[in-house]
Design a binder for this molecule. Structure first.
Ligand code: GA4
Length: 321
């Protein structure tokens, strides 16, 4: 007898609320204060008028889609993702799975300059698309991080951006592809990438105009993020929650599949160098708000993250009290 596994998504509640959309061309002090509010409330916002050119985006998207349309056996030549390369269904190394295939790429300038992407039909074009996209999204991430520091009234406004600007920054780039799935029940949706927080500082994600991303408000309430191919989604990661002494929330999020259209998302994860210490600037530690997490390096935090399951709360382990 075949027993259909219950679809966990059906028993959860979805709330359609308006998530913050911030126009980066608005007045600077207004933008930085809206960013701070969004990061305190949700750890998530979208940006429009972000300055990343349509052409840069289109080139990367085209390269990504042409990779994912290849036969699986060809894509597998770019795998396994340990951690870089092509992966399918498996997420991390501890048994998490999802209805997703992906390509994880190193963004370190050294490996970018080598530009070796033999899995692509045109490795040179692929390399130029990745380099162009990386430069643009890194610039945008640095700009947003500077505005966060300004909005938080931190004297050294490059305290966060410096980490991802560093040559040794451990930032990574991920292309996720969610093929349409015919579900066994009538829900039309499955979990593509299960709920989790991102371990890094900041994530900049965009998709090909197909919905699926949801953010968590806690207590099993999920908010769908309306797809907007002209916007970037910005997530606060665990490292930024620690560096803001808990003021910004590292947002739990997930991606669902649908039965109709393939979804491709492109996520840049801005991370510190391995040796960097993740401690908040002095202004954010006060007698009222004492140090929430013990000091740790990105290397230690990353190792801890990879030793746990996708949905685990890793920051808890670093709490001072
Ligand atoms: C989530 C954010 C990024 O996609 C990622 C993921 C990584 C992986 O897929 O290999 C992790 C996951 C992510 C969180 C904790 C660890 C590591 C799977 C996992 C169980 C590439 C990352 O850096 O952390």
């Amino acid at each position: 007898m075949v027993v259909a596994s219950p679809n966990p998504i059906r028993s959860e509640s979805v709330r359609n609320i308006e998530l913050p959309v911030i126009d980066l061309l608005a007045e600077r002090s207004k933008v930085s204060s809206l960013i701070v509010t969004a990061c305190e409330q949700y750890g998530f916002f979208q940006v429009i008028n972000h300055g990343v050119s349509e052409d840069t985006i289109a080139q990367m998207e085209q390269q990504g889609l042409s990779f994912f349309t290849k036969p699986v056996c060809e894509k597998q030549r770019a795998g396994p993702a340990t951690p870089f390369g092509y992966g399918r269904r498996n997420i991390g190394f501890n048994g998490d799975v999802g209805e997703v295939e992906y390509l994880l790429l190193d963004t370190n300038p050294l490996s970018l300059s080598k530009g070796s992407y033999p899995f692509s039909n045109d490795p040179k074009m692929f390399s130029s698309a990745v380099c162009g996209y990386m430069e643009a999204v890194k610039g945008l991430a640095c700009e947003i991080l500077d505005q966060m520091a300004e909005g938080l009234r931190v004297h050294d406004s490059s305290v966060f951006s410096r980490m991802i600007r560093a040559v040794e920054s451990d930032s990574i780039f991920r292309l996720n592809h969610y093929p349409p799935i015919l579900c066994k029940d009538n829900s039309n949706t499955e979990v593509g990438f299960g709920e989790h927080t991102d371990p890094q500082i900041l994530t900049l994600l965009r998709s090909n105009g197909v919905g699926g991303l949801q953010i968590s408000l806690g207590d099993g309430v999920w908010v769908p993020v309306p797809p907007d191919p002209t916007a970037f989604c910005v997530n606060v990661g665990d490292a930024l929650q620690a560096m803001t002494n808990g003021r910004f929330k590292s947002v739990r999020h997930r991606a669902l599949t649908n039965s109709f259209k393939p979804r491709m998302s492109m996520a840049y994860f801005g991370a510190p160098p391995l040796h960097a210490w993740l401690t908040p600037p002095a202004e954010l530690v006060t007698p009222h708000n004492p140090l929430l997490y013990r000091p740790f390096t990105w290397d230690e935090f990353k190792n801890t993250s990879y030793s746990l399951r996708l949905g685990d709360n890793r920051l808890h382990l670093f709490k001072t009290r």
